[in-house]
Design a protein around this ligand. Structure first.
Ligand SMILES: [Zn+2]
Length: 63
């Protein structure tokens, strides 16, 4: 089961296995462990704007 987090504002996908290298985070940082100041790299939305996707491979079979 692949878990991802999706920004509900712009659709950015956070992949815990990759982290957010551009912000100096990860790879391998779980979403829950991201610092509070972290926001969407694309649109700047706050963490609370993200929604959890429990079965990413089902929603995105071609990923
Ligand atoms: Zn976003």
């Amino acid at each position: 089961m692949a878990i991802r987090w999706r920004c509900s504002v712009c659709g950015y996908i956070y992949d815990p296995k990759k982290g957010d290298p551009e912000s100096g985070l990860g790879p391998g940082i779980r979403f829950e462990k991201l610092p509070e100041y972290w926001g969407c790299p694309d649109c700047g939305a706050e963490k609370e704007m993200f929604e959890k996707i429990e079965n990413y491979e089902n929603e995105y079979p071609n990923y």
